[in-house]
Design a protein around this ligand. Structure first.
Ligand SMILES: C[S@@+](CC[C@H](N)C(=O)[O-])C[C@H]1O[C@@H](n2cnc3c(N)ncnc32)[C@H](O)[C@@H]1O
Length: 233
C-alpha cells in the first residue's frame, strides 16, 4: 500500500449503531475532548479532531482542493463534511477557480436519511455564505451527499484522492444477517467476531488512488488477530 494512512484512536467504544463513548474509554484519557455526543447517542467528531485529520491528509486551503476527489464514508450531520467544504471554498480564489469546478470534488455517504438531509442543509448554508445562489447551493450540496450504504457503494465508486471520516461502530452480532453476508462477500477483513468499522477501513483503503491518503478516527481496541492476519499485519 503506497497510500498514506493515519489512524487516530479516540477512545470511542461500541454503544450500538452510530457508536458511543465507553466508560472505559473515559477513564483512559481524553475521549471527552475527542468526541461529542448528541441526544440520540450518535458520536460526532469534535472540530479540533477533524481539523487535525484534515491537516494530516493535506486537505488544506493552500492546495488546489477542487482538483482532488475527497470521500467521507459516513457523514452523519457533517462533522467532517462542513470543515471540508470550508477548506474547499477557501482554496477556490487562490487557484483561480469558481463554484462550477466543485461538482466532482466531494462525495459524502450517509445511511440515515434524516442525517443526510441535515448534512445537505449545512453544506448549502456554507455555499450560500460563500455567495452561491440558492439553486447553485442546492445542486452542489445534493450532488455531494448520497443517502446510501458506503460498504456496498464504494467498490464501484470513483477512486478517491482522500478518504476521511469517523466510521460507524456496530458489532457484527448487531448487523442484520443479509447485510453482514453482503459485506463479507466484499471485504475479506470482516471475518470472525468484530465490528463494522473494520469494513470501513478496508473499503476506504481500497477506494484510494495510488498515492492517495486515508485517515480516520477509531474506537479503542484495534482489530482482532484474525482480522489483522487478513489485513497482512
Ligand atoms: C460515528 S457517526 C460519524 C459521523 C461523522 N462522520 C462524524 O465524524 O461526526 C457514523 C455515521 O455512519 C452512519 N452509517 C452507519 N452505517 C453506514 C453505512 N453502511 N454507510 C454509510 N453510513 C453509515 C450512521 O448513520 C452515522 O451517522
Amino acid at each position: 500500500m503506497t497510500a498514506s494512512q493515519a489512524h487516530l484512536d479516540l477512545g470511542i467504544d461500541v454503544a450500538g449503531p452510530g457508536g458511543g463513548i465507553s466508560a472505559a474509554g473515559l477513564a483512559k484519557g481524553s475521549p471527552r475532548l475527542a468526541a461529542a455526543r448528541d441526544p440520540k447517542g450518535v458520536v460526532y467528531t469534535r472540530p479540533w479532531v477533524v481539523d487535525l485529520i484534515l491537516d494530516l491528509v493535506g486537505y488544506r486551503p493552500d492546495e488546489d482542493l477542487a482538483a482532488r476527489y475527497a470521500v467521507e464514508p459516513s457523514a452523519g450531520e457533517g462533522a467532517f463534511l462542513v470543515p471540508m467544504i470550508r477548506r474547499l471554498l477557501a482554496s477556490l480564489t487562490a487557484h483561480g477557480r469558481g463554484l462550477s469546478d466543485l461538482r466532482g470534488s466531494i462525495c459524502a455517504y450517509e445511511l440515515d436519511a434524516d442525517s443526510a438531509a441535515r448534512a445537505v442543509e449545512l453544506a448549502e448554508r456554507e455555499l450560500r455564505k460563500y455567495g452561491a445562489s440558492g439553486r447553485q447551493a442546492r445542486d452542489l450540496a445534493e450532488g455531494w451527499v448520497s443517502i446510501g450504504d458506503y460498504l456496498l457503494a464504494s467498490p464501484t465508486g470513483r477512486r478517491a484522492d482522500i478518504v476521511v471520516g469517523n466510521p460507524p461502530y456496530i458489532r457484527y452480532d448487531d448487523v442484520p444477517g443479509e447485510a453482514l453476508a453482503a459485506y463479507r462477500r466484499r471485504y475479506p477483513t470482516m471475518v470472525g467476531r468484530g465490528d463494522i468499522y473494520v469494513g470501513f477501513i478496508e473499503a476506504g483503503l481500497r477506494q484510494l488512488t495510488e498515492g492517495g491518503s486515508w485517515a480516520s478516527s477509531a474506537r479503542t481496541g484495534g482489530c482482532g488477530r484474525r482480522t489483522a492476519r487478513s489485513c497482512g499485519a
